[in-house]
Design a protein around this ligand. Sequence first.
Ligand code: ZN
Length: 447
Amino acid sequence: MTRVSALTFSALGLLVCGCGPTPKRPNVLLITIDTLRADHLGTYGYPRPTSPQIDAFAARSAVFENAHSSASWTLPSLASIHTSLLSTTHGCWKISSRLEPEFTTAAEVLRDAGYDTAMVACHIFLSAQYGLQQGFTHVDDELVRPPSDAAEAISSPGVTQRGVRFLERKAAAGEDVPWFLWLHYFDPHDSYLPHEGYSEKFGTKEEIDLYDGEIAFTDHYVGLVLKRLAELGLEDDTIVVITADHGEEFGEHGFKRHGYSLYQEAVRIPLVVRVPGAAARRIPEVVGNVDVLPTLLAACQIPMKSVQGANCAHELEGRSLLDAIRGTAALSEGQVVAEVRWHDGQDLRMVREGPWKLIEDQSRKQQRDQDALYDLAADPHEATDLRARENARAALMAEMVLHRLGRAIQWAGCYPLVEPYTPTAGDMQRLQDLGYAGEAVPAEGPK
Ligand SMILES: [Zn+2]
């Protein structure tokens, strides 16, 4: 059983007492689309017509042009969206990992604030054993297939049908209870299948063509949910977030699929957020999927600065993007961190700040050395390693990512069930030099 911090409860108490009737909080519709690269959507500049529905919605929303996942595969990324923590802290960095019940998820916080919570799952990582269902009162995972069948399953129509059914039920009930609905789409994930009426525009010979057809197919079904939301009169009461868990590689840096690298094609994700009353805008600053939870809670007026783990309290990794979405304040330049340790011996991390991106490769059996510093403004395809020319910047960014790693390791110490990440001996020494003892400390620890 997870616990929201005492700070949160007291803050909530302030909100709900002595102020007259509390206005109904907004509903939340979270749509995550598996394996969806940002740069294959029209709203992110893709020339092919893969995403007319999402593009139309994005034209009325806040579009984050430089959003990143915390990892390049499903489980850690989704866990980061729901906890605002990095893989090192939430512990979902191996195929055998699960999000332990001692963590606090978005669904739990919203449920405890009076929300009706529901999710529709079609991916094995959303089944009960991986822990992402915690906090959801209604779980529909009938579409989850065993891994051996997943490649053949076409799930977008089913996810949409179930999502629409939930919306219609809520509209008909007319109750004064806000809701949180999470829909996860899976079709752009491999195997890439042709869809009649969608794939012909892109071709079916090359994998990337089939992938685009899968996006167009999924876009249609996401569009049906958005259309129904508006028809039911729920749009003005609902925050909508459309994002992805990670991207997909088609050999740009020698890899295919995902989970092998932290290049932009693997970690840059779409992030489109519509908050009722906020004007459409494009937001260029660098953000992360760990920012989704703080943003939702701010928009729902649920203060939450810290979370109580089993042993100690800690902060959230992300920050609220709400002021930027509303246009009331510019977003300061932030840093985003991503990690991947999925495969045996693999250990990659990256930090991005502004146009600069540092990848550090600590893998034991690395096929390709990914260590590099890139200037994405001048080199968006990550072709030229600038470490030699920008030696001081590379060192600064290496320290930056190590600070974040040290903090994440300490926060993981608040959760005894999490399998701890053990840094390399060299990293351990550097962490100690920076003031991290490699053990859990309260949130007031070294920054
Ligand atoms: Zn995925």
